[in-house]
Design a protein around this ligand. Structure first.
Ligand code: HAM
Length: 422
């Protein structure tokens, strides 16, 4: 039997990890600059956290969770997203009592959703996300959005579209809900059984149904924006003012509702507009979730955040033909001729490595020519060949591969030479 990686998951091979590490380092660096401190929560949580946090009527909770019972009979779920867990930790550790508010958190790690596999959609994927909890200031909405845009621009993406919307406050959504029920009820028999269930429980979810999205009633459905209360509309216009000041371009899309239940007020997504990007163009999604902290057992504290997957970011880079500058340099390859030379090589590369010089040598007894080829393939900056005469002279020619230049250096000066020239 040939074992295979489970459907919807992938191995990240050694030739691919430098790209991942590069993206991760950009994410860490921007978290530092924007001051979103990293939080690490478990990969699994009590199932109820997501039912309550993400929402019972969402696709994620109804169809996509990896839920299992542990040996103690508890229902646990592999996290499908990071917000509910971050908020759970915020409440559990009473971060609302921290002297500096809002509490700004970031996280990076695998998430799990049982989704149909296609380009850009995996069952295990790595999300980076941030949450700013404890502020209802439109300036922080703009900060969170600008961090997301900054990430994509820093890695070199250009074909981007930022779409924003306001989902309003509770009053807005109640009025919209009534209008939606009125709109869909007479023809609800024409919709899928999920939508029929959603009609009473959460008619907003009908709007992002993957099966019925072509139904003509979808296009004529009442838009949330028409029901925005005055204060919600005012909040939204302030968010837009801040985005304008930051020079961030956006489109307002009244149909952007997001697929998780905790959102209100600001909602946003960043899409790739690159030709050749697959059917799924959303790179990143987020929004405000005033009320979630309270739902999860904390005080009435507002919050906002976003998440993106590294997989889709890499796909966007590929679609735009952007090559990341990755750090995978081999500073020196040591070619050894004969047993004694090999001993010397081992000693030398050990002294290089303790000084942070990336060094390698042959371990499969290859001829000199094959070793030289290897050095070339590995992209070594310098090569030295140690044989009998070098051992006698205690010195070796250091060859710079790119230029072909050679310089004779005594063994005991090699470390300094390489530190100066690498
Ligand atoms: P989401 O829209 O469900 O929101 O996911 C955010 C991002 O995660 C997506 O835009 C996409 O890049 C990535 N993603 C989601 N599902 C998959 C998948 N199956 N394969 C690959 N990538 C995927 C959330 O998760 C919210 N927690 C975001 C948030 C944080 N809102 C406020 N704070």
């Amino acid at each position: 039997m040939a074992f295979k990686v489970p459907r919807g998951t992938q191995d990240i091979l050694p030739e691919q990890t430098p790209k991942w590490q590069k993206v991760e380092s950009v994410l860490r660096e921007l978290s530092r600059v924007y001051r979103y401190k990293e939080i690490r929560t478990p990969i699994f949580e009590q199932t109820e956290l997501f039912q309550r946090g993400v929402g019972d009527t969402t696709d994620i909770v109804q169809k996509e969770m990896y839920t299992f019972e542990d040996r103690g009979g508890r229902s646990l779920t592999l996290r499908p997203e990071g917000t509910a867990a971050a908020v759970r930790a915020y409440v559990e550790h009473k971060m609302f009592g921290y002297p500096d508010q809002p509490v700004k958190l970031s996280y990076m790690g695998p998430m799990f959703r049982y989704e149909r596999q296609q380009a850009g959609r995996y069952r295990q994927f790595v999300q980076y996300g941030v949450e700013a909890i404890g502020s209802a200031d439109p300036a922080i909405d703009a900060e969170v959005i600008s961090l997301a845009m900054d990430i994509y621009q820093t890695v070199g993406l250009k074909d981007l579209k930022l779409v924003i919307n306001s989902l309003g406050d509770k009053e807005t959504r109640d009025a919209h809900r009534t209008a939606l029920i009125k709109h869909f009820e007479p023809s609800i028999g024409e919709f899928c059984s999920d939508c029929q269930n959603r009609l009473e429980k959460n008619p907003l979810r009908i709007l992002d149904c993957k099966k019925d999205h072509e139904h003509p009633l979808m296009k004529t459905a009442p838009a949330l924006t028409d029901y925005l209360t005055e204060s919600s509309a005012e909040y939204f216009s302030q968010v837009k003012n801040y985005l304008d000041v930051l020079g961030i371009q956006y489109e307002v899309d009244p149909n952007l509702v997001r697929g998780l239940d905790y959102y209100n007020h600001t909602a946003f997504e960043i899409m790739s507009t690159a030709k050749g990007f697959g059917a799924i163009t959303t790179l990143c999604g987020g929004g405000r979730y005033n009320g979630l902290v309270e739902d999860i057992g904390g005080p009435d504290v507002p919050g906002i955040g976003f998440a993106l997957s590294i997989e889709r970011l890499l796909l966007a880079l590929e679609a735009e033909g952007v090559e990341l500058e990755v750090e995978d340099a081999l500073d020196i390859y040591v070619v050894a001729m004969g047993e004694e030379a090999k001993l010397k090589s081992a000693e030398l590369i050990s002294s290089f490595r303790t000084k942070g010089i990336a060094a390698d040598m042959d371990y499969v007894d290859r001829k000199m020519k094959a070793q030289m080829k290897s050095a070339d393939r590995l992209g070594a900056k310098f090569v030295i060949v140690i044989g009998e005469s070098e051992l006698e002279e205690n010195a070796v020619n250091v060859k710079e591969m790119e230029t072909g230049n050679q310089e004779k250096v005594e063994f005991h000066n090699l470390v300094n030479y390489l530190l100066e020239h690498k």
